[in-house]
Design a protein around this ligand. Structure first.
Ligand code: HEM
Length: 595
Protein backbone atom coordinates (compact mmCIF):
# COMPACT_ATOMS: atom_id res chain seq x y z
CA UNK A 1 0.00 0.00 0.00
CA UNK A 2 1.32 3.41 -1.02
CA UNK A 3 2.22 5.78 1.86
CA UNK A 4 1.21 9.41 1.50
CA UNK A 5 3.99 11.91 2.11
CA UNK A 6 3.22 15.33 3.70
CA UNK A 7 3.72 16.81 0.23
CA UNK A 8 1.04 14.50 -1.15
CA UNK A 9 -1.26 15.59 1.65
CA UNK A 10 -0.51 19.24 0.86
CA UNK A 11 -1.28 18.67 -2.81
CA UNK A 12 -4.44 16.86 -1.94
CA UNK A 13 -5.65 19.60 0.40
CA UNK A 14 -4.72 22.31 -2.07
CA UNK A 15 -6.61 20.46 -4.77
CA UNK A 16 -9.65 20.18 -2.52
CA UNK A 17 -9.60 23.89 -1.65
CA UNK A 18 -9.07 25.06 -5.25
CA UNK A 19 -11.83 22.76 -6.48
CA UNK A 20 -14.15 24.01 -3.74
CA UNK A 21 -13.42 27.64 -4.61
CA UNK A 22 -14.49 26.94 -8.16
CA UNK A 23 -17.83 25.44 -7.04
CA UNK A 24 -20.96 27.65 -6.97
CA UNK A 25 -20.69 27.88 -3.17
CA UNK A 26 -17.02 28.91 -3.32
CA UNK A 27 -17.68 31.47 -6.05
CA UNK A 28 -20.56 32.93 -4.05
CA UNK A 29 -18.35 33.23 -0.96
CA UNK A 30 -15.63 35.00 -2.98
CA UNK A 31 -18.28 37.31 -4.41
CA UNK A 32 -19.42 38.22 -0.91
CA UNK A 33 -15.83 38.87 0.05
CA UNK A 34 -15.54 41.26 -2.90
CA UNK A 35 -18.70 43.14 -1.89
CA UNK A 36 -17.65 43.30 1.76
CA UNK A 37 -14.21 44.63 0.82
CA UNK A 38 -15.95 47.48 -0.99
CA UNK A 39 -18.58 48.17 1.64
CA UNK A 40 -16.24 48.09 4.63
CA UNK A 41 -12.89 49.12 3.20
CA UNK A 42 -12.70 50.70 -0.26
CA UNK A 43 -15.75 52.89 0.30
CA UNK A 44 -13.87 54.93 2.91
CA UNK A 45 -10.88 57.25 2.68
CA UNK A 46 -8.32 57.71 -0.07
CA UNK A 47 -6.69 54.80 -1.85
CA UNK A 48 -4.69 56.33 -4.69
CA UNK A 49 -1.37 56.08 -2.83
CA UNK A 50 -1.98 52.38 -2.20
CA UNK A 51 -2.53 51.61 -5.91
CA UNK A 52 0.94 50.01 -6.32
CA UNK A 53 0.36 47.91 -3.18
CA UNK A 54 -3.06 46.70 -4.41
CA UNK A 55 -1.65 45.78 -7.79
CA UNK A 56 1.27 43.97 -6.16
CA UNK A 57 -1.16 42.05 -3.91
CA UNK A 58 -3.28 41.10 -6.88
CA UNK A 59 -0.26 39.91 -8.90
CA UNK A 60 0.97 37.89 -5.92
CA UNK A 61 -2.44 36.32 -5.27
CA UNK A 62 -2.85 35.42 -8.94
CA UNK A 63 0.69 34.04 -9.07
CA UNK A 64 0.06 32.01 -5.93
CA UNK A 65 -3.15 30.47 -7.27
CA UNK A 66 -1.49 29.70 -10.61
CA UNK A 67 1.52 28.13 -8.90
CA UNK A 68 -0.63 26.04 -6.59
CA UNK A 69 -2.74 24.88 -9.53
CA UNK A 70 0.42 24.01 -11.42
CA UNK A 71 1.81 22.06 -8.46
CA UNK A 72 -1.42 20.14 -8.10
CA UNK A 73 -1.45 19.46 -11.82
CA UNK A 74 2.20 18.39 -11.79
CA UNK A 75 1.77 16.27 -8.66
CA UNK A 76 -1.12 14.34 -10.06
CA UNK A 77 1.07 13.19 -12.96
CA UNK A 78 2.64 10.65 -10.61
CA UNK A 79 -0.66 9.30 -9.35
CA UNK A 80 -2.73 9.04 -12.41
CA UNK A 81 -3.89 10.94 -15.48
CA UNK A 82 -3.51 14.76 -15.52
CA UNK A 83 -6.56 16.31 -14.01
CA UNK A 84 -5.98 19.81 -15.22
CA UNK A 85 -3.45 21.25 -17.73
CA UNK A 86 -2.29 24.76 -18.55
CA UNK A 87 -5.63 25.93 -19.92
CA UNK A 88 -7.33 24.73 -16.76
CA UNK A 89 -4.80 26.67 -14.66
CA UNK A 90 -5.71 29.79 -16.59
CA UNK A 91 -9.36 28.95 -16.23
CA UNK A 92 -9.24 28.59 -12.46
CA UNK A 93 -7.33 31.88 -12.01
CA UNK A 94 -9.78 33.66 -14.33
CA UNK A 95 -12.80 32.16 -12.53
CA UNK A 96 -11.49 33.14 -9.09
CA UNK A 97 -10.57 36.66 -10.26
CA UNK A 98 -14.01 37.16 -11.78
CA UNK A 99 -15.69 35.69 -8.73
CA UNK A 100 -14.06 38.31 -6.52
CA UNK A 101 -13.80 41.36 -8.76
CA UNK A 102 -17.08 41.26 -10.65
CA UNK A 103 -19.24 41.64 -7.51
CA UNK A 104 -16.74 44.15 -6.09
CA UNK A 105 -16.89 46.39 -9.17
CA UNK A 106 -20.64 45.94 -9.47
CA UNK A 107 -21.02 47.03 -5.86
CA UNK A 108 -18.81 50.07 -6.58
CA UNK A 109 -20.84 51.01 -9.68
CA UNK A 110 -24.21 50.55 -7.94
CA UNK A 111 -23.08 52.63 -4.98
CA UNK A 112 -21.68 55.44 -7.14
CA UNK A 113 -24.79 55.61 -9.32
CA UNK A 114 -27.52 55.23 -6.76
CA UNK A 115 -26.26 55.88 -3.25
CA UNK A 116 -23.36 58.33 -3.46
CA UNK A 117 -24.01 61.86 -2.11
CA UNK A 118 -23.27 63.23 -5.61
CA UNK A 119 -25.87 60.99 -7.29
CA UNK A 120 -28.28 63.89 -7.79
CA UNK A 121 -25.85 66.02 -9.83
CA UNK A 122 -26.10 65.83 -13.63
CA UNK A 123 -23.30 64.43 -15.75
CA UNK A 124 -22.36 61.47 -17.94
CA UNK A 125 -23.26 58.14 -16.27
CA UNK A 126 -19.92 56.59 -17.09
CA UNK A 127 -18.10 59.55 -15.52
CA UNK A 128 -20.02 58.87 -12.31
CA UNK A 129 -18.89 55.24 -12.36
CA UNK A 130 -15.16 55.67 -13.02
CA UNK A 131 -12.54 58.34 -13.76
CA UNK A 132 -11.22 56.00 -16.46
CA UNK A 133 -13.95 57.65 -18.54
CA UNK A 134 -12.08 60.93 -18.21
CA UNK A 135 -8.67 59.37 -18.92
CA UNK A 136 -10.09 57.87 -22.11
CA UNK A 137 -11.34 61.30 -23.23
CA UNK A 138 -7.94 62.83 -22.50
CA UNK A 139 -6.50 60.59 -25.24
CA UNK A 140 -8.50 62.57 -27.78
CA UNK A 141 -9.57 65.90 -26.34
CA UNK A 142 -8.23 68.82 -24.36
CA UNK A 143 -9.66 69.10 -20.90
CA UNK A 144 -10.96 72.67 -21.23
CA UNK A 145 -12.80 71.68 -24.42
CA UNK A 146 -14.22 68.55 -22.85
CA UNK A 147 -15.43 70.53 -19.83
CA UNK A 148 -16.92 73.22 -22.06
CA UNK A 149 -18.82 70.55 -23.92
CA UNK A 150 -20.11 69.10 -20.64
CA UNK A 151 -21.13 72.59 -19.51
CA UNK A 152 -23.22 72.97 -22.66
CA UNK A 153 -24.88 69.61 -22.10
CA UNK A 154 -25.36 69.55 -18.34
CA UNK A 155 -25.08 73.10 -17.01
CA UNK A 156 -22.66 74.85 -14.71
CA UNK A 157 -22.32 72.09 -12.11
CA UNK A 158 -21.43 68.73 -13.61
CA UNK A 159 -20.50 65.47 -11.98
CA UNK A 160 -17.26 64.64 -13.78
CA UNK A 161 -16.15 61.78 -11.56
CA UNK A 162 -17.48 59.41 -8.92
CA UNK A 163 -16.40 61.87 -6.25
CA UNK A 164 -15.87 64.97 -8.39
CA UNK A 165 -17.86 68.02 -9.45
CA UNK A 166 -16.81 70.54 -12.07
CA UNK A 167 -18.21 73.88 -10.95
CA UNK A 168 -18.36 76.84 -13.32
CA UNK A 169 -19.61 79.56 -11.02
CA UNK A 170 -18.17 83.06 -10.39
CA UNK A 171 -17.87 82.40 -6.62
CA UNK A 172 -16.20 79.02 -6.73
CA UNK A 173 -12.57 80.20 -6.80
CA UNK A 174 -13.24 82.21 -3.63
CA UNK A 175 -15.02 79.29 -1.96
CA UNK A 176 -12.21 76.80 -2.55
CA UNK A 177 -9.28 79.20 -2.26
CA UNK A 178 -10.25 82.21 -0.19
CA UNK A 179 -8.80 82.85 3.26
CA UNK A 180 -10.25 80.47 5.82
CA UNK A 181 -11.57 78.01 3.24
CA UNK A 182 -12.12 74.54 4.67
CA UNK A 183 -11.02 72.99 1.36
CA UNK A 184 -7.68 71.27 0.85
CA UNK A 185 -5.77 70.28 -2.25
CA UNK A 186 -7.09 67.22 -4.09
CA UNK A 187 -5.32 63.82 -4.25
CA UNK A 188 -3.76 64.67 -7.62
CA UNK A 189 -1.17 66.74 -5.74
CA UNK A 190 0.30 63.50 -4.34
CA UNK A 191 1.60 62.52 -7.75
CA UNK A 192 5.05 63.93 -7.17
CA UNK A 193 5.66 61.78 -4.11
CA UNK A 194 8.08 60.85 -2.64
CA UNK A 195 9.17 64.36 -3.64
CA UNK A 196 7.35 67.00 -1.62
CA UNK A 197 7.27 70.54 -2.95
CA UNK A 198 5.39 73.57 -1.68
CA UNK A 199 2.78 73.02 -4.36
CA UNK A 200 2.15 69.43 -3.31
CA UNK A 201 1.68 69.92 0.44
CA UNK A 202 -2.03 69.23 0.65
CA UNK A 203 -2.88 70.18 4.21
CA UNK A 204 -1.97 72.97 6.62
CA UNK A 205 0.57 70.76 8.35
CA UNK A 206 4.09 71.59 7.26
CA UNK A 207 2.86 74.22 4.82
CA UNK A 208 3.57 77.43 6.71
CA UNK A 209 7.28 76.77 7.23
CA UNK A 210 7.82 75.77 3.60
CA UNK A 211 5.90 78.80 2.44
CA UNK A 212 8.23 80.96 4.51
CA UNK A 213 11.21 79.48 2.61
CA UNK A 214 9.59 80.33 -0.72
CA UNK A 215 8.68 83.83 0.35
CA UNK A 216 12.28 84.35 1.46
CA UNK A 217 13.61 82.78 -1.72
CA UNK A 218 11.52 85.04 -3.95
CA UNK A 219 11.84 87.88 -1.43
CA UNK A 220 10.61 91.31 -2.21
CA UNK A 221 13.11 92.92 0.10
CA UNK A 222 14.46 96.19 -1.30
CA UNK A 223 17.97 94.77 -1.68
CA UNK A 224 16.71 92.05 -3.93
CA UNK A 225 14.34 93.91 -6.26
CA UNK A 226 16.90 95.92 -8.26
CA UNK A 227 19.02 92.83 -8.88
CA UNK A 228 15.99 90.81 -9.96
CA UNK A 229 14.90 93.61 -12.27
CA UNK A 230 18.37 93.99 -13.73
CA UNK A 231 18.58 90.30 -14.49
CA UNK A 232 15.15 90.05 -16.09
CA UNK A 233 16.01 93.09 -18.16
CA UNK A 234 19.22 91.42 -19.30
CA UNK A 235 17.34 88.46 -20.76
CA UNK A 236 14.65 90.66 -22.28
CA UNK A 237 17.40 92.55 -24.08
CA UNK A 238 18.95 89.36 -25.40
CA UNK A 239 15.53 88.47 -26.79
CA UNK A 240 15.09 91.89 -28.36
CA UNK A 241 18.51 91.71 -29.98
CA UNK A 242 17.51 88.43 -31.55
CA UNK A 243 14.23 89.89 -32.73
CA UNK A 244 16.10 92.78 -34.30
CA UNK A 245 18.38 90.39 -36.15
CA UNK A 246 15.37 88.62 -37.63
CA UNK A 247 13.33 91.75 -38.29
CA UNK A 248 10.78 91.26 -41.06
CA UNK A 249 10.71 87.43 -40.91
CA UNK A 250 7.98 85.46 -39.14
CA UNK A 251 9.22 84.16 -35.78
CA UNK A 252 7.73 81.37 -33.69
CA UNK A 253 7.23 83.38 -30.51
CA UNK A 254 5.89 80.40 -28.55
CA UNK A 255 9.40 78.96 -28.58
CA UNK A 256 11.18 82.27 -28.15
CA UNK A 257 9.13 83.26 -25.10
CA UNK A 258 9.72 79.77 -23.68
CA UNK A 259 13.46 80.30 -24.03
CA UNK A 260 13.26 83.74 -22.46
CA UNK A 261 11.25 82.45 -19.49
CA UNK A 262 13.54 79.45 -19.12
CA UNK A 263 16.64 81.70 -19.07
CA UNK A 264 15.12 83.89 -16.37
CA UNK A 265 14.03 80.89 -14.32
CA UNK A 266 17.37 79.04 -14.36
CA UNK A 267 19.30 82.23 -13.64
CA UNK A 268 17.08 83.43 -10.79
CA UNK A 269 16.50 80.00 -9.29
CA UNK A 270 19.85 78.25 -9.70
CA UNK A 271 22.22 81.09 -10.61
CA UNK A 272 22.95 79.35 -13.88
CA UNK A 273 21.86 80.64 -17.23
CA UNK A 274 21.54 78.54 -20.34
CA UNK A 275 21.47 81.75 -22.45
CA UNK A 276 18.95 80.17 -24.79
CA UNK A 277 17.73 83.57 -25.99
CA UNK A 278 21.29 84.36 -27.08
CA UNK A 279 21.63 81.24 -29.17
CA UNK A 280 18.19 80.95 -30.67
CA UNK A 281 17.95 78.30 -33.29
CA UNK A 282 16.70 79.98 -36.50
CA UNK A 283 14.31 77.04 -36.99
CA UNK A 284 12.75 78.00 -33.62
CA UNK A 285 13.11 74.45 -32.34
CA UNK A 286 12.50 74.26 -28.61
CA UNK A 287 15.76 73.62 -26.76
CA UNK A 288 16.29 70.19 -25.24
CA UNK A 289 15.90 71.33 -21.58
CA UNK A 290 12.56 73.20 -21.75
CA UNK A 291 11.30 70.54 -24.18
CA UNK A 292 12.13 67.87 -21.61
CA UNK A 293 10.16 69.73 -18.94
CA UNK A 294 7.22 70.19 -21.30
CA UNK A 295 7.10 66.52 -22.25
CA UNK A 296 7.25 65.55 -18.58
CA UNK A 297 4.43 67.83 -17.50
CA UNK A 298 2.38 66.76 -20.50
CA UNK A 299 1.75 63.39 -18.85
CA UNK A 300 -0.32 65.19 -16.22
CA UNK A 301 -3.10 65.24 -18.83
CA UNK A 302 -3.70 61.59 -17.99
CA UNK A 303 -2.55 61.61 -14.40
CA UNK A 304 -4.76 64.53 -13.36
CA UNK A 305 -8.12 62.76 -13.80
CA UNK A 306 -6.91 59.55 -12.12
CA UNK A 307 -3.90 60.19 -9.88
CA UNK A 308 -3.61 56.50 -9.03
CA UNK A 309 -2.54 55.88 -12.63
CA UNK A 310 0.23 58.44 -12.22
CA UNK A 311 1.34 56.93 -8.94
CA UNK A 312 1.38 53.46 -10.51
CA UNK A 313 3.36 54.69 -13.52
CA UNK A 314 5.92 56.47 -11.38
CA UNK A 315 6.37 53.36 -9.21
CA UNK A 316 6.56 51.10 -12.24
CA UNK A 317 9.03 53.36 -14.05
CA UNK A 318 12.22 51.57 -12.94
CA UNK A 319 10.83 48.29 -14.30
CA UNK A 320 8.91 49.65 -17.30
CA UNK A 321 10.74 52.90 -18.05
CA UNK A 322 8.79 53.63 -21.19
CA UNK A 323 5.60 54.29 -19.20
CA UNK A 324 6.64 57.47 -17.50
CA UNK A 325 10.12 58.08 -18.79
CA UNK A 326 9.32 61.68 -19.73
CA UNK A 327 7.93 62.49 -16.29
CA UNK A 328 10.94 60.98 -14.53
CA UNK A 329 13.41 62.65 -16.90
CA UNK A 330 11.86 66.04 -16.13
CA UNK A 331 12.08 65.38 -12.38
CA UNK A 332 15.65 64.18 -12.75
CA UNK A 333 16.62 67.30 -14.66
CA UNK A 334 15.43 69.46 -11.77
CA UNK A 335 17.11 67.18 -9.20
CA UNK A 336 20.41 67.44 -11.12
CA UNK A 337 20.15 71.24 -11.19
CA UNK A 338 19.59 71.11 -7.44
CA UNK A 339 22.58 68.78 -6.84
CA UNK A 340 24.90 70.95 -8.91
CA UNK A 341 23.79 74.03 -7.00
CA UNK A 342 24.28 72.28 -3.64
CA UNK A 343 27.79 71.26 -4.63
CA UNK A 344 28.63 74.83 -5.58
CA UNK A 345 27.58 75.92 -2.11
CA UNK A 346 28.09 79.48 -1.05
CA UNK A 347 30.94 80.08 -3.49
CA UNK A 348 28.35 80.55 -6.21
CA UNK A 349 26.83 83.54 -4.42
CA UNK A 350 28.18 86.76 -5.80
CA UNK A 351 28.31 89.84 -3.64
CA UNK A 352 24.90 91.06 -4.77
CA UNK A 353 23.86 87.99 -6.65
CA UNK A 354 22.13 85.42 -4.54
CA UNK A 355 19.79 83.08 -6.38
CA UNK A 356 16.49 81.80 -5.04
CA UNK A 357 17.99 78.42 -4.20
CA UNK A 358 20.64 80.00 -2.03
CA UNK A 359 18.11 82.27 -0.33
CA UNK A 360 15.87 79.26 0.28
CA UNK A 361 18.57 77.15 1.97
CA UNK A 362 19.96 80.10 3.93
CA UNK A 363 16.49 80.86 5.27
CA UNK A 364 15.91 77.18 6.17
CA UNK A 365 19.25 76.90 8.00
CA UNK A 366 18.60 80.13 9.88
CA UNK A 367 15.23 78.83 11.12
CA UNK A 368 16.53 75.28 11.64
CA UNK A 369 13.86 74.01 9.24
CA UNK A 370 15.27 70.55 8.55
CA UNK A 371 12.18 69.43 6.62
CA UNK A 372 12.76 72.01 3.90
CA UNK A 373 16.43 71.00 3.66
CA UNK A 374 15.60 67.34 3.11
CA UNK A 375 16.91 66.27 -0.31
CA UNK A 376 13.47 65.05 -1.46
CA UNK A 377 11.95 68.39 -0.47
CA UNK A 378 14.68 70.31 -2.30
CA UNK A 379 14.22 68.17 -5.43
CA UNK A 380 10.47 68.70 -5.26
CA UNK A 381 10.80 72.45 -4.94
CA UNK A 382 13.41 72.57 -7.71
CA UNK A 383 10.94 70.86 -10.04
CA UNK A 384 8.12 73.20 -9.00
CA UNK A 385 10.37 76.19 -9.58
CA UNK A 386 11.33 74.91 -13.00
CA UNK A 387 7.72 74.47 -14.13
CA UNK A 388 5.94 77.24 -12.22
CA UNK A 389 8.76 79.67 -12.90
CA UNK A 390 8.93 79.23 -16.66
CA UNK A 391 5.82 77.64 -18.21
CA UNK A 392 3.56 80.25 -16.67
CA UNK A 393 5.29 83.41 -17.82
CA UNK A 394 6.01 81.95 -21.26
CA UNK A 395 2.31 81.15 -21.72
CA UNK A 396 1.17 84.60 -20.55
CA UNK A 397 3.60 86.38 -22.89
CA UNK A 398 2.62 84.21 -25.85
CA UNK A 399 -1.11 84.82 -25.42
CA UNK A 400 -0.59 88.52 -24.68
CA UNK A 401 1.39 88.97 -27.89
CA UNK A 402 -1.19 87.01 -29.84
CA UNK A 403 -3.83 89.54 -28.81
CA UNK A 404 -1.58 92.61 -29.26
CA UNK A 405 -0.34 91.44 -32.66
CA UNK A 406 -3.90 91.32 -34.00
CA UNK A 407 -4.81 94.75 -32.60
CA UNK A 408 -2.53 97.46 -34.05
CA UNK A 409 -4.53 100.27 -32.47
CA UNK A 410 -4.33 98.79 -28.96
CA UNK A 411 -0.67 97.96 -29.55
CA UNK A 412 -0.01 101.61 -30.44
CA UNK A 413 -1.71 102.83 -27.27
CA UNK A 414 0.23 100.39 -25.09
CA UNK A 415 3.46 101.53 -26.80
CA UNK A 416 2.69 105.21 -26.12
CA UNK A 417 1.97 104.39 -22.49
CA UNK A 418 5.36 102.69 -22.10
CA UNK A 419 7.17 105.58 -23.78
CA UNK A 420 5.38 108.09 -21.55
CA UNK A 421 6.46 106.01 -18.54
CA UNK A 422 10.06 106.72 -19.56
CA UNK A 423 10.97 103.62 -21.54
CA UNK A 424 12.82 104.37 -24.76
CA UNK A 425 13.73 102.23 -27.71
CA UNK A 426 17.44 101.92 -27.11
CA UNK A 427 18.37 98.30 -27.56
CA UNK A 428 20.70 97.86 -30.48
CA UNK A 429 22.19 94.66 -31.82
CA UNK A 430 25.69 95.51 -30.64
CA UNK A 431 24.70 96.88 -27.27
CA UNK A 432 25.63 95.19 -24.01
CA UNK A 433 22.41 95.09 -22.09
CA UNK A 434 23.86 95.41 -18.61
CA UNK A 435 24.64 99.06 -19.24
CA UNK A 436 21.74 99.83 -21.46
CA UNK A 437 18.64 101.84 -20.72
CA UNK A 438 19.33 102.68 -17.13
CA UNK A 439 16.11 104.58 -16.88
CA UNK A 440 13.93 103.88 -13.88
CA UNK A 441 10.54 102.61 -14.99
CA UNK A 442 7.66 102.03 -12.62
CA UNK A 443 6.70 98.70 -14.15
CA UNK A 444 3.52 98.54 -12.16
CA UNK A 445 2.35 101.95 -13.43
CA UNK A 446 1.41 100.82 -16.93
CA UNK A 447 -2.37 100.46 -16.51
CA UNK A 448 -3.23 99.71 -20.13
CA UNK A 449 -0.53 97.06 -20.39
CA UNK A 450 -1.73 95.62 -17.08
CA UNK A 451 -5.28 95.59 -18.46
CA UNK A 452 -4.03 93.62 -21.48
CA UNK A 453 -2.16 91.18 -19.21
CA UNK A 454 -5.31 90.72 -17.10
CA UNK A 455 -7.39 90.04 -20.19
CA UNK A 456 -4.85 87.45 -21.36
CA UNK A 457 -4.94 85.81 -17.94
CA UNK A 458 -8.73 85.86 -17.92
CA UNK A 459 -9.23 84.37 -21.38
CA UNK A 460 -6.15 82.11 -21.42
CA UNK A 461 -5.36 81.26 -17.78
CA UNK A 462 -2.05 79.50 -17.20
CA UNK A 463 -3.95 76.80 -15.32
CA UNK A 464 -6.90 76.31 -17.66
CA UNK A 465 -8.58 73.58 -15.62
CA UNK A 466 -6.07 72.52 -12.95
CA UNK A 467 -5.89 73.61 -9.31
CA UNK A 468 -8.23 70.90 -7.97
CA UNK A 469 -9.41 71.17 -4.39
CA UNK A 470 -11.52 69.00 -2.14
CA UNK A 471 -14.05 69.54 0.62
CA UNK A 472 -13.22 67.75 3.85
CA UNK A 473 -15.63 66.82 6.63
CA UNK A 474 -18.14 69.67 6.14
CA UNK A 475 -20.14 70.73 3.08
CA UNK A 476 -19.51 74.09 1.39
CA UNK A 477 -22.03 76.32 -0.35
CA UNK A 478 -21.68 77.71 -3.86
CA UNK A 479 -24.57 79.99 -4.72
CA UNK A 480 -27.59 78.00 -3.61
CA UNK A 481 -25.91 74.63 -4.03
CA UNK A 482 -24.52 72.60 -1.16
CA UNK A 483 -21.38 70.66 -2.08
CA UNK A 484 -21.12 67.52 0.09
CA UNK A 485 -18.06 66.64 2.19
CA UNK A 486 -15.21 64.72 0.54
CA UNK A 487 -16.01 66.10 -2.90
CA UNK A 488 -13.22 66.92 -5.34
CA UNK A 489 -13.89 70.29 -6.96
CA UNK A 490 -12.69 71.30 -10.40
CA UNK A 491 -12.98 75.06 -10.91
CA UNK A 492 -11.84 75.61 -14.52
CA UNK A 493 -10.52 79.17 -14.85
CA UNK A 494 -10.81 78.86 -18.63
CA UNK A 495 -14.61 78.65 -18.38
CA UNK A 496 -15.12 80.82 -15.29
CA UNK A 497 -13.24 83.67 -16.98
CA UNK A 498 -15.68 83.45 -19.88
CA UNK A 499 -18.86 83.59 -17.80
CA UNK A 500 -21.20 86.35 -18.92
CA UNK A 501 -22.54 86.46 -15.34
CA UNK A 502 -19.10 87.65 -14.20
CA UNK A 503 -17.81 89.71 -17.15
CA UNK A 504 -19.66 91.88 -19.64
CA UNK A 505 -18.92 90.83 -23.23
CA UNK A 506 -17.01 88.00 -21.64
CA UNK A 507 -15.57 86.57 -24.84
CA UNK A 508 -14.07 89.88 -26.01
CA UNK A 509 -10.58 91.13 -25.21
CA UNK A 510 -11.31 94.48 -23.55
CA UNK A 511 -8.38 95.75 -21.38
CA UNK A 512 -10.41 98.81 -20.37
CA UNK A 513 -12.59 96.64 -18.14
CA UNK A 514 -9.61 96.74 -15.73
CA UNK A 515 -9.11 100.52 -16.05
CA UNK A 516 -11.79 102.94 -17.21
CA UNK A 517 -14.75 100.54 -17.50
CA UNK A 518 -14.85 98.67 -14.18
CA UNK A 519 -18.59 97.97 -14.62
CA UNK A 520 -17.54 95.38 -17.21
CA UNK A 521 -16.24 93.23 -14.37
CA UNK A 522 -19.49 92.18 -12.74
CA UNK A 523 -17.93 89.82 -10.23
CA UNK A 524 -14.23 90.39 -9.42
CA UNK A 525 -14.04 87.13 -7.41
CA UNK A 526 -14.29 85.24 -10.69
CA UNK A 527 -10.84 86.50 -11.65
CA UNK A 528 -8.18 84.70 -9.67
CA UNK A 529 -5.29 84.02 -12.07
CA UNK A 530 -2.73 83.59 -9.29
CA UNK A 531 -5.05 81.71 -6.93
CA UNK A 532 -5.87 83.23 -3.56
CA UNK A 533 -5.75 82.59 0.17
CA UNK A 534 -3.12 80.28 1.58
CA UNK A 535 -2.03 79.01 -1.82
CA UNK A 536 -1.65 82.34 -3.58
CA UNK A 537 1.16 82.11 -6.10
CA UNK A 538 4.39 83.15 -4.35
CA UNK A 539 5.90 83.99 -7.76
CA UNK A 540 3.16 86.48 -8.66
CA UNK A 541 5.34 89.60 -8.42
CA UNK A 542 8.24 87.97 -10.23
CA UNK A 543 5.96 86.60 -12.96
CA UNK A 544 4.28 89.96 -13.47
CA UNK A 545 7.63 91.77 -13.50
CA UNK A 546 8.90 89.44 -16.23
CA UNK A 547 5.79 89.83 -18.35
CA UNK A 548 5.56 93.60 -17.93
CA UNK A 549 9.27 94.18 -18.63
CA UNK A 550 9.51 91.91 -21.67
CA UNK A 551 6.23 93.22 -23.10
CA UNK A 552 6.98 96.91 -22.56
CA UNK A 553 10.53 96.62 -23.89
CA UNK A 554 9.39 94.80 -27.04
CA UNK A 555 6.55 97.31 -27.50
CA UNK A 556 8.88 100.30 -27.57
CA UNK A 557 11.31 98.61 -29.92
CA UNK A 558 8.98 97.03 -32.49
CA UNK A 559 5.74 97.17 -34.34
CA UNK A 560 4.49 93.67 -34.82
CA UNK A 561 1.69 91.73 -36.48
CA UNK A 562 0.58 88.16 -36.97
CA UNK A 563 2.12 86.32 -39.89
CA UNK A 564 -0.78 86.59 -42.38
CA UNK A 565 -0.82 82.83 -43.16
CA UNK A 566 -4.39 81.60 -42.64
CA UNK A 567 -3.54 78.79 -40.23
CA UNK A 568 -1.56 81.19 -38.02
CA UNK A 569 -4.64 83.25 -37.18
CA UNK A 570 -5.99 80.93 -34.49
CA UNK A 571 -3.43 78.09 -34.24
CA UNK A 572 -1.98 79.33 -30.94
CA UNK A 573 -5.39 78.83 -29.34
CA UNK A 574 -6.54 75.82 -31.38
CA UNK A 575 -3.40 73.87 -30.45
CA UNK A 576 -3.20 75.05 -26.85
CA UNK A 577 -2.56 72.01 -24.65
CA UNK A 578 -3.99 71.77 -21.15
CA UNK A 579 -1.56 69.69 -19.10
CA UNK A 580 -1.84 71.26 -15.65
CA UNK A 581 -0.23 74.41 -17.11
CA UNK A 582 -1.25 75.79 -20.51
CA UNK A 583 1.05 75.08 -23.41
CA UNK A 584 0.06 77.39 -26.30
CA UNK A 585 0.30 76.33 -29.95
CA UNK A 586 2.66 77.86 -32.47
CA UNK A 587 2.43 81.65 -32.83
CA UNK A 588 4.24 83.30 -35.73
CA UNK A 589 4.75 87.04 -35.47
CA UNK A 590 6.55 89.47 -37.79
CA UNK A 591 8.49 92.26 -36.03
CA UNK A 592 9.49 95.56 -37.66
CA UNK A 593 12.16 97.46 -35.75
CA UNK A 594 11.30 101.04 -34.78
CA UNK A 595 14.97 102.00 -34.26
C1 HEM B 1 2.36 85.14 -14.64
C2 HEM B 1 2.84 84.09 -14.13
C3 HEM B 1 2.20 83.16 -13.12
C4 HEM B 1 0.89 82.80 -12.96
C5 HEM B 1 -0.30 83.27 -13.77
C6 HEM B 1 0.84 81.88 -11.85
C7 HEM B 1 -0.33 81.29 -11.37
C8 HEM B 1 -0.37 80.41 -10.31
C9 HEM B 1 -1.55 79.73 -9.86
C10 HEM B 1 -2.93 79.84 -10.47
C11 HEM B 1 -1.19 78.96 -8.80
C12 HEM B 1 -2.10 77.99 -7.99
C13 HEM B 1 -1.73 76.58 -8.40
C14 HEM B 1 -2.53 75.49 -7.78
O1 HEM B 1 -3.66 75.72 -7.37
O2 HEM B 1 -2.03 74.37 -7.76
C15 HEM B 1 0.20 79.15 -8.58
C16 HEM B 1 0.91 78.54 -7.58
C17 HEM B 1 2.26 78.61 -7.48
N1 HEM B 1 3.13 79.36 -8.23
FE1 HEM B 1 2.62 80.63 -9.72
N2 HEM B 1 2.10 81.71 -11.37
C18 HEM B 1 2.96 82.47 -12.11
C19 HEM B 1 4.32 82.58 -11.95
C20 HEM B 1 5.05 81.93 -11.00
C21 HEM B 1 6.47 82.05 -10.84
C22 HEM B 1 7.38 82.92 -11.70
C23 HEM B 1 6.82 81.23 -9.81
C24 HEM B 1 8.13 80.94 -9.18
C25 HEM B 1 9.21 81.21 -9.51
C26 HEM B 1 5.61 80.61 -9.32
C27 HEM B 1 5.55 79.70 -8.29
C28 HEM B 1 4.40 79.14 -7.80
C29 HEM B 1 4.36 78.17 -6.71
C30 HEM B 1 5.54 77.65 -5.92
C31 HEM B 1 3.02 77.86 -6.49
C32 HEM B 1 2.43 76.89 -5.45
C33 HEM B 1 1.87 77.68 -4.30
C34 HEM B 1 1.12 76.82 -3.30
O3 HEM B 1 0.61 75.78 -3.66
O4 HEM B 1 0.98 77.21 -2.17
N3 HEM B 1 4.56 81.06 -10.07
N4 HEM B 1 0.69 80.04 -9.51
Amino acid sequence: METRTPYDAFLHDTHTILSWMATPVGITCLGFLGILSHRFYFIRGEHHMQAPLYIAMWVLATALISTLSWLVDHGFEYYGPRETGISAILRITAVLNCAFFFPLFTSVAVYRLSEHPLRGFPGPRLAAVSKLWHVYHMLRAKNYILLEDLQTRYGNIVRTGPQELTIIHPDILGVIGGHGTPCIKAPVYDIQRPLVSLNTIRTKQGYASRRKRWDDALGLSTSYIPDKERRVRHFATLLIQQLQASSGCPINMTTWFSHFAFDVMTDLAFGRSFDLAQNLDPTSKLHHAPALLSRGINLLRFFMPAPWIGILCVKAAPYVPVISREWNNAQKWAADMCDVRLEQGKEADGEHRQDAFSRFTTSARRDKDEDSLDRLALYGDAFTFAIAGSHTTAAVLTMLFYELARRPELQGRARREAVEAGLTATVREDQNMMEMNDVVVAWDKLPLLDGCINESLRLYPVLPTAGLRQTVDKPVKVGETLIPPQTIIVAPRWLIGRLESAFEQALDFIPERWTTKPHMVKNPVAFSPFANGRHTCPGKQLGLLEVRMAAAMILVNFEFSLDPGLENQTRVVDQLEDAFTANPGKLEIIFESLN
